[in-house]
Design a binder for this molecule. Structure first.
Ligand code: GLU
Length: 569
């Protein structure tokens, strides 16, 4: 049987610039490129656009690879990464390298071809000359457009001057007709020649511009579908002009809606700085509280809306300010304890609608990567903006956490803690987390919330702070009956060899029966003694996790607090 939706020649690509962390919008683009390729049975390529040498870094590149792998957005071709026992990427078709900085010869060969064919030309004006002309045009209110002075130099002279090393840029000679983009999401978009000028395809420093590199790479890598954010729509007519000049086919384009905050502002990394600036002003902090940022730089950052601090500095500052920065990058969501499945599910819905009903007639919203890979179509994409609803994402995440098996929860929680909460990972190994899983899972919306549920176990025995109200209610009220039962049960604990949750529950039950009281009358004083408060996971798990020695120490510590408190009353 052949499936008419399959086109194994389909090749999509995600082409991040490694100038920072992977933004959540980039992850959405990558996810849908991946889904489109999977649906067609084609290939998904990852290409690193690192021609901006001053802003690109190896650590950003590795971070992006890691984030994609963590999300499960696995690329078939591209830089290789070993992840979770798998090798991602590779170059089976021999179309690499996948780093643009390693492809300069290829770009230059294509630029040379364009120049020799008279389709592109070196232009020798200095940046100062161009700037002066731009200023004149602005003053005269005529609108600035490059005047093609470079074209006045005869072809042979142009090439000779260029080859002699005279500083220049290379510009593409744009056609004088309109260019139409047939966009699979937005429909036809036509741009007239008055909107273009002969844009630069190679800069004075000898590096190709993004436009040239992207067009050459898409063609040489056989990319059939370019799915990217709407911010690139403005570039597409230029890319089409370049494809025509180079004799390349034009791939299909789909420009995805931009992601906005609920208040309508664009969701950007600057949101973090914005919140931090507001808190600095409210808290009237004048000097830089960070060693790594000078007072001058701090003041300049505070004054300028567009200025951003480095990621680590922002995190340090947020700590000082006692604020939580909004999650913007995939890394932020990972650190905050989101599950990749929930994040992917939510991201897919940002701009895409599966247009499918659940059995109860509601819209299908919850699905996994397999569903996405077998159902994604560009027809389900919306043209308008996408709003990032954090409340909805959080509810997706808590649903996903509850749905995990205890084993999977313990594994993911431990992996998370090993990276983002080392004291927690040291305190509980995966087996201990498995014991806690049933109780913690239902009480947390993110993996990070788990710490709050088991915080009592992370404190030193002597450092428990007893909640006065809880102590009074469970231990003092009613002639200190609770305290009496607690002390009685201490002897039971001392004699226990098996300190598993089940053995503890059974011992509490037997002891309560022997004393002729309900189980709660024994359990609650114990809970307060062990945790300091009246709420904790089920008692058996709570005590088992602490271990016998710690439970005994805490019962002792609690007794003392009760005497002190009772004496005051
Ligand atoms: N490097 C570009 C970016 O990160 C890719 C744009 C494209 O997909 O063509 O925005």
């Amino acid at each position: 049987m052949t499936d008419s939706t399959k086109n194994t020649d389909t090749i999509t690509r995600f082409a991040p610039s490694p100038t920072g962390h992977l933004h959540i919008g980039g992850a959405r683009t990558a996810l849908l490129c991946w889904a489109f390729a999977r649906k067609a049975g084609g290939k998904f390529v990852l290409r690193i656009e690192d021609t901006d040498q001053t802003r690109s870094s190896e650590s950003s590149m590795l971070g992006i690879l890691e984030d994609l792998a963590w999300l499960g957005i696995e690329w078939d071709e591209g830089p290789t990464l070993e992840y979770d026992g798998k090798t991602l990427g590779g170059d089976p078709r021999g179309v690499g390298p996948f780093f643009q900085a390693q492809r300069l010869d290829l770009y230059n060969a294509h630029i040379r071809q364009l120049i020799e064919e008279g389709k592109a030309y070196p232009a020798f004006e200095s940046p100062e000359e161009l700037e002066a002309r731009r200023k004149e045009a602005i003053a005269a209110k005529t609108g600035y457009k490059y005047n093609r002075a470079g074209l006045e130099v005869p072809l042979a002279d142009r090439i000779a001057r260029m080859d002699a090393g005279e500083p220049h840029v290379v510009r593409l000679k744009m056609p004088d007709e309109p260019i139409t983009v047939y966009d699979e999401i937005l429909g036809e978009v036509t741009v007239g020649p008055e909107e273009f000028d002969d844009f630069i395809i190679r800069k004075r420093d000898g590096f190709p511009t993004y436009h040239l590199a992207v067009v050459v790479d898409d063609a040489l890598m056989g990319v059939t579908h370019v799915l990217r954010g709407q911010e690139h729509l403005i570039n597409t007519p230029r890319h089409i002009a370049l494809q025509q000049a180079l004799g390349f086919d034009t791939p299909s384009y789909g420009h995805m809606p931009l992601i906005f905050n609920p208040d309508g502002s664009k969701m950007s990394k600057r949101d973090k700085d914005k919140l931090a600036k507001k808190a600095v002003k409210e808290q009237k902090i004048e000097a830089s509280p960070m060693d790594s940022v000078s007072d001058e730089d701090f003041a300049a950052w505070l004054k300028d809306k567009t200025r951003q601090l480095a990621s680590d500095d922002l995190i340090a500052l947020a700590k000082v300010l006692g604020i939580t920065l909004p999650e913007i990058d995939v890394e932020d969501f990972r650190a905050a304890g989101y599950l990749p499945g929930a994040l992917n599910n939510y991201l897919a819905l940002l701009g895409w609608n599966p247009k499918t009903k659940n059995e109860d007639g509601t819209d299908l919203e919850h699905f996994d990567m397999d569903y996405l890979a077998s159902h994604f179509t560009m027809g389900g994409m919306s043209k308008g903006q996408s709003k990032f609803d954090r409340v909805k994402l959080l509810s997706f995440n808590s649903d996903a956490i509850v749905a995990l098996t205890d084993e999977d929860f313990a594994k993911l929680w431990h992996q998370w803690a090993a990276q983002y909460d080392k004291p927690l990972a040291q305190r509980f190994d995966e087996a201990a987390m498995l014991t806690l899983a049933p109780a913690v899972k239902t009480r947390c919306k993110t993996l990070a919330d788990g710490r709050g549920v088991v915080g009592f176990a992370l404190m030193a025995d002597g450092a428990i702070v007893y909640d006065g109200k809880a102590v009074h209610k469970a231990l003092i009220k009613g002639d200190k009956k609770g305290l009496e039962l607690l002390i009685g049960f201490k002897a039971v604990v001392e004699g226990m060899d098996d300190f598993s949750p089940e053995a503890i529950e059974a011992a509490v039950k037997d002891y309560a029966e022997s004393q002729g009281v309900g189980m709660g009358k024994v359990a609650q004083p114990l809970r307060v003694a062990a945790t300091g408060g009246a709420v904790s996971p089920p008692l058996g798990q709570t005590l088992a996790i602490l271990g016998k020695k710690s439970v005994l120490a805490r019962i002792g510590g609690c007794e003392e607090s009760v005497y002190l408190m009772a004496n005051k009353e």
